[in-house]
Design a binder for this molecule. Structure first.
Ligand SMILES: *Cc1c(COP(=O)(O)O)cnc(C)c1O
Length: 411
């Protein structure tokens, strides 16, 4: 098995491109947004990649996200900051499939990644590139998981990290961020308020802004979800992908992955229908989708148990909405009660503990299978983006007195 962390391989990044206007920026220097204030996308010499590597070559490489090195931005191995970004398993839910009477339900379980969430994919790439480009200090706003991944990879890379999160971020996340070496501050606001602090402090604090989609490389890391999924399905794609959408990095990244894979001739023209799943208490993308517009308005009073998707405004809204519409997918909101019920159902029936955001995709699947927007013969992939162990769980109160009489038959 070839070790992806030490095998020097040719790289193919040509330039950065504004996701809105197409404006080109040079690669290999630090960048945040385009002149139009929109996210930048990394572009590659795909012809060069096609000649340099075939999809069959991958079989000889270790099963981590660095096996896609030719499709990733890091130039030199020495800048790879790894904590073991393993390929994540596809887990079928056969009993629920039978109970619901629909097609195959496959969960891509991202909770197995370092720091317990798929934020590791984006941040391992952003921090590796920051190291390559000489950054000494990084700052971000987070609902929890991204901050934990930033802290971990920055500590690993010897880069300072400063993190701002809403005051009511799950306690385990805040402590994890601090334990992993970042300076973390609880802010009396939402993630967009935290993001503003990062932007406002850029000059005086001298940090590099790592907020969602404010630098080009987190998308490239999240793109590996699409590469990996296609490879695991034998270079095919599912009929539908349900993705819990906050900033939308993963949905945008996977959509980019499929385009690149088709250009390489590694998959055909079929695309999954991309479904953006949000919580009813914070659904700006759903509102914009239903209104038929390209940009979403700020969602006021955002609240949901699924903290990772409590994102009232997404700078990549137009990219999310484009992928959803071009793929003939849709955006849909689910209620918190259904998220919680879905989490319990999958845990009890299938033994798989989802995080609330992952449970939201299951709840959305159930809802839309019933409504007919997802048909009974469609094979769906749900993204469980983090370990369910990182979240509060329902209480378990049954106790037993070892000194009393135990009614064994009743246990
Ligand atoms: C960040 C996060 C999301 C949302 O991911 P985006 O790609 O930013 O939309 C969903 N679930 C969890 C657990 C997260 O941490």
């Amino acid at each position: 098995m070839q070790d992806n962390l030490t095998a020097e391989r040719p790289t193919f990044v040509t330039h950065l491109e504004c996701g809105m206007t197409g404006e080109r920026l040079p690669a290999d220097r630090l960048a945040n947004l385009s002149a139009a204030g929109k996210p930048l996308l990394v572009r590659y010499d795909l012809d060069g990649i096609r000649k340099a590597v075939s999809r069959d070559d991958l079989a000889a490489r270790a099963p981590d996200l660095w096996r896609y090195r030719e499709l990733l931005p890091v130039r030199a191995c020495e800048n790879i900051v790894s904590l073991g970004e393993t390929m994540t398993p596809l887990i079928e839910l056969p009993r629920l499939k039978k109970a619901l009477g629909g097609g195959d339900i496959i969960v891509k379980d991202e909770g197995r990644l370092p720091t317990g969430s798929f934020k590791a994919r984006g941040l391992v790439m952003a921090v590796s590139m920051a190291k390559e480009l000489g950054v000494r200090k990084m700052a971000m706003a987070t609902n929890g998981n991204a901050g934990a991944a930033l802290a971990a990879y920055c500590s690993r890379a010897g880069i300072e990290s400063v993190v701002f999160c809403p005051a009511d971020t799950p306690e385990v996340n805040v402590r994890e961020i601090q334990l992993q070496g970042a300076r973390v501050y609880r802010v009396n606001g939402l993630i967009n308020d935290c993001g503003k602090i990062v932007v406002d402090g850029r000059e005086s604090a001298g940090w590099f802004e790592t907020n969602t989609l404010k630098e080009p490389y987190r998308i490239e890391g999240k793109k590996t979800m699409g590469l990996e999924l296609a490879e695991q399905l034998g270079w095919d794609v599912p009929d539908v992908i349900l993705y819990p959408t906050g900033g939308g990095t993963g949905l945008i990244g996977m959509w980019k992955a499929f385009a690149e894979l088709e250009a390489l001739g590694w998959i055909g023209p079929k695309r999954p229908r991309m479904v953006a799943v949000q919580a009813s208490g914070c659904a700006p993308i759903v509102k914009a989708y239903e209104a038929g517009v390209e940009h979403a308005d700020l969602w006021k009073g955002a609240h949901t148990v699924a903290a990772g998707i409590r994102v009232p405004v997404a700078i990549g809204d137009f990219l999310i909405l484009r992928a959803v519409r071009e793929s003939n997918g849709f955006a849909v909101a689910v209620d918190d009660e259904l998220i919680e019920a879905g989490q319990q159902e999958v845990a009890r029936e299938e033994g798989l503990l989802l995080c609330p955001e992952g449970a939201a995709t299951y709840a959305a699947y159930k809802q839309e299978l019933a409504s007919g927007r997802i048909s009974k013969d469609e094979r769906v992939v749900l993204f469980n983006c983090g370990s369910g162990l990182k979240y509060p769980m329902p209480p378990a109160d049954s106790a037993l007195d070892k000194d009393g009489a135990i009614n064994y038959a009743a246990l």
